[in-house]
Design a protein around this ligand. Structure first.
Ligand code: SF4
Ligand code: SF4
Length: 261
């Protein structure tokens, strides 16, 4: 409506249209900051006026509340992220909100260099890259809260606390494949969403900790008869087995022994 009515608003904004504000993933917002955006604004339909039964705007709201805490953890001013709800007919409101947000972002200055931020650009890049890698894990762990429908703005600040996010990001689990137990059945490697498991036939499997996004799938899918994947929290992950020691030597069946034996 703002465009049709030729309303003026901040010229620095770049619009990305999505079907629903609920489509805006936490990763998208963090990616925008990684790509150097100084602010991110999400406009959604008014709460309880969603066209879909999923009420995606509530998801967008909880995602923003979580992202703001993550930004605080990284050392970014959470005011760089804003969500507002309005109908498509409210062009004047949209133009006003966008202009105000544009002024706010200008006042805050460049990302990482604004008031109270002072983060080295390389450090900021690596922190954002690290958090982006953890998005699937964060979403799984905070799934219940992310599904909340907050009716009252007074509840917003209480949904995620600073301490909660500090704890979440300091107590990250790691997954490790016990070489004594792995039978190279390849189940975990086939299910890993990011190909973080070094896998080959008759080779003990190894998790590439750099690639692992801590989703826990390998832990869930390793057959109970092997239970080769261990979840480790607060301890160092043992070093990976050297490549030359990964081959599994299977015992040959004794003469006359059948598969059933
Ligand atoms: S936890 Fe397991 S399945 Fe998930 S990314 Fe890491 S190695 Fe892959
Ligand atoms: S699922 Fe378990 S036994 Fe099978 S390859 Fe993975 S770690 Fe090894």
């Amino acid at each position: 409506m703002a465009g049709v009515s030729r309303l003026q608003y901040t010229t620095e904004a770049r619009l990305i249209r999505v079907m629903c504000s609920g489509r805006v993933d936490l990763e998208f917002v963090l990616r925008a900051f990684s790509n150097g955006m100084d602010g991110v604004f999400i406009g959604g339909c008014r709460l309880n006026e969603c066209n879909y039964i999923t009420h995606g705007n509530y998801h967008a709201l909880t995602m923003v509340l979580l992202c703001k805490r993550i930004m605080e953890h990284i050392g970014l001013n959470p005011e760089r992220l804003r969500i507002e709800f309005m109908s498509s007919a409210e062009g004047i409101l949209f133009a006003e909100v966008m202009s105000k947000f544009g002024s706010k972002v200008k006042e805050l200055g460049p990302l990482g260099k604004g008031k109270g931020e002072a983060i080295d650009q390389n450090e900021l890049k690596s922190k954002l890259a690290e958090i982006r890698k953890l998005v699937p894990y964060i979403k799984v762990v905070k799934n219940e809260k992310l599904a909340s429908r907050l009716e009252n703005p007074e509840e917003y600040d209480k949904l995620f606390t600073k301490d909660e996010i500090e704890t979440l990001l300091h107590e990250l689990p790691s997954y490790y494949i016990d070489p004594e137990k792995c039978q190279a059945c390849m189940t975990c490697a086939k299910r890993c969403p990011v190909e973080a498991i070094i896998s080959a036939k008759n080779q003990i499997h190894v998790i590439d900790q750099e690639k692992c996004i801590k989703c826990g799938t390998c832990f869930e899918v390793c057959p109970p008869k092997f239970r080769a994947v261990t979840k480790i929290t607060g301890e160092h992950v043992p070093p990976p087995l050297p490549e030359e020691k990964r081959t599994i030597v299977r015992k040959k069946k004794e003469e006359g022994e059948t598969d059933k034996d």
